[in-house]
Design a protein. Structure first.
Length: 303
């Protein structure tokens, strides 16, 4: 077989294998995104009711809790960046990292020192490559985050927030994540986590929503001590679930695009292969005809 034909066949076989892999990854992402959406939706009612409870305590008790109190002249800000653990998700991680860089620029303009917390191997690799200091990092479950992991992150952030600034603590905490809007739209977003703002984002009560009346036992302050850490962990978990659904949606689109491109390349290689075969056959026929003519001429000359 001529080298050109063998090369075309090898390339076509290689691209066909890649197409099978990307198609399988597309189907896996499509099947998992349904569960990710269901988990994000299931977390909504709990987050809303917890928000109502925290809002009621904050509204009907005049308690200055450390997690809700603005610090004067904030100088240090923590940023939790939520990225993916794996690639093949298009520009998902790049977009949220870019949003994180924009937030960093805004914080630096306010003359605030930044303390970085990272979730996801892509963000960890980005910071490691640029030799940036990281306070803490977590990885391994970006596409299926657990509440236990969210609670672990919340405990670390709350501890940092409650630590005095002169001892290495922070004055405010922000989360950078990707909000899942629809299968076609996922938007990088930023929320301020601490000091706590209970009327923020989609989970806030409506303007005409009447808060229930609560009686606090043993005291409003102790109720807040129990509720606020759960509220922080709930918000972090909600952000992680939104990011997981966004990651899978981006991966499905990226793998579908890769599969379509592989199919286009296979069709192009098939046309090239057919043309090469046709050229080879034409050449062989020409050689046979030429050989036959030469034999005929030789026979005529000998006579």
């Amino acid at each position: 077989m001529p080298a050109n034909l063998r090369e075309l066949r090898d390339r076509k076989a290689s691209v066909s294998t890649i197409k099978k892999l990307t198609r399988a990854m597309e189907l896996i992402a499509a099947s998992r995104i349904v569960k990710a959406q269901q988990r994000a939706q299931a977390a909504g009612p709990y987050a809303r009711e917890l928000t109502r409870a925290v809002s009621a305590v904050a509204t009907f008790s005049n308690v200055d809790h450390p997690l809700t109190t603005e610090k004067p002249n904030p100088k240090r800000a923590a940023v939790l960046l939520i990225t993916s653990d794996r690639g093949q998700a298009g520009a998902y991680s790049a977009n949220v990292i870019r949003e994180g860089e924009r937030l960093h620029q805004l914080l630096r303009e306010d003359e605030k020192e930044i303390v970085s917390f990272l979730s996801g191997r892509k963000g960890i690799a980005y910071y490691h490559f640029r030799q940036r200091e990281v306070a803490e990092s977590w990885s391994g479950d970006s596409d299926a985050p657990s509440f236990a992991r969210a609670r672990e992150i919340a405990d670390a952030l709350i501890e940092s927030f409650l630590t005095p600034t002169e001892e290495g603590g922070v004055d405010e905490i922000h989360i950078v994540f990707t909000r899942f809007v629809s299968m076609l739209t996922q938007r990088p977003d930023v929320i301020r986590l601490l000091p706590l703002e209970v009327v923020e984002g989609e989970e806030a009560p409506a303007a005409d929503d009447v808060l229930p009346l609560y009686e606090f036992e043993p005291s409003a302050e102790e109720v807040l001590d129990g509720l606020l850490p759960k509220y922080v962990a709930s918000r972090i978990h909600y952000c992680m679930l939104q990011a997981a659904a966004s990651e899978l949606a981006n991966r499905q689109r990226a793998m579908k695009s890769a599969t379509d491109n592989a199919q286009d390349l296979i069709e192009s290689l098939t046309r090239d292969l057919n043309q090469a075969r046709q050229a080879q056959i034409t050449q062989e026929i020409s050689e046979i005809v030429g050989g036959a003519s030469a034999l005929a001429d030789a026979s005529a000359g000998s006579e």
